[in-house]
Ligand binder design. Structure first.
Ligand code: APR
Length: 244
């Protein structure tokens, strides 16, 4: 249970490093997506306006990748933590994959979801693991030509921010997992939680540009460092007056 009227005791922010061992690419590492594509062409509303086919092909390739991918031990460890400490753990993910859900976890997808399609005309959203098509008709308004991935592009507003900000103001623990912290507002969540009094930890393969602000750091592949960290967090949350 969470503290009365205060929300989750632990807020977790995840990034591409959580799914890297499932074969999904990261963005800024060697061979990362943004080293192979110009994000202005494939991850902005202007890029979609300019060349919708290039954008749909980019996301169709990522959907094909995701259909072949499986959750790894890091996803499963987070799902276990939410099972053993219900309502106590909020997972906020910058990732658009569904591997946390497939592992049995619940997450707020602040950058949207790859397996969802949005109509650019009426904003209707529907689940869709298939290819985005130029002539795909919207099931809601019937217009075709507006099918886009329901993901947040650069210059667009991330999702769930009021809920996330409220949780950061009251959580006792914050963990940043597999993210470079390079993109805001997510990159500022750790500092916000620390200012509000939370104990903050960074779990990452290596140092990041925000490593210096954390109280603790665990280094290594997420699938190796998360299971023991989850066991330790279950103990810490169980000892909190609100238990878990
Ligand atoms: N285990 C743990 N961490 C890992 C692993 C791994 N196996 N592999 C990579 N990492 C770490 C890297 O060290 C790096 O810090 O994951 C991080 C990946 O950083 P980025 O490629 O910048 O991805 P991310 O932080 O998720 O990017 C944030 O930027 O472009 C936007 O929308 C995009 O959501 C994304 C956001």
């Amino acid at each position: 249970m969470s503290r009365p009227g205060h929300g989750p005791d632990l807020v977790i922010l995840t990034g591409a490093g959580l799914s890297a061992e499932s074969g999904l690419g990261t963005f800024r590492e060697k061979d990362g997506l943004w080293t192979r594509y110009d994000l202005n062409d494939v991850a902005t509303p202007e890029g979609f306006e300019r060349d919708p086919k290039l954008v749909r092909d980019f996301y169709n390739a990522r959907r094909a990748n995701l259909r072949e991918a499986e959750p790894n031990d890091a996803h499963r460890a987070l799902a276990r933590l939410q099972r053993t400490c219900p309502d106590q753990v909020m997972i906020v993910t910058q990732n658009v994959d569904d591997l946390l859900e497939r592992a049995g976890a619940e997450a707020l997808h602040m950058h949207g979801e790859l397996f969802k399609t949005r109509c650019a005309f009426c904003e209707a959203v529907w689940t869709d693991q298939g290819d985005l098509g130029a002539e795909q008709a919207c099931p809601s308004c019937g217009r075709s030509g507006g099918a886009r991935p329901d993901v947040v592009w650069f210059g667009e507003m991330p999702m769930f921010l009021p809920q996330i900000e409220a949780a950061l103001e009251h959580c006792r623990f914050f963990a940043s997992i597999g993210t470079s912290g390079a993109v805001y507002p997510a990159g500022g969540f750790a500092a916000q939680a620390r200012r509000a009094g939370a104990r903050i930890v960074e779990l990452n393969l290596e140092e990041t540009e925000i490593s210096h602000i954390f109280h603790e750091a665990l280094r290594g592949p997420a699938s190796e460092i998360l299971p023991p960290w989850v066991e330790e967090m279950e103990g810490r949350l169980a000892r909190s007056p609100w238990g878990c």
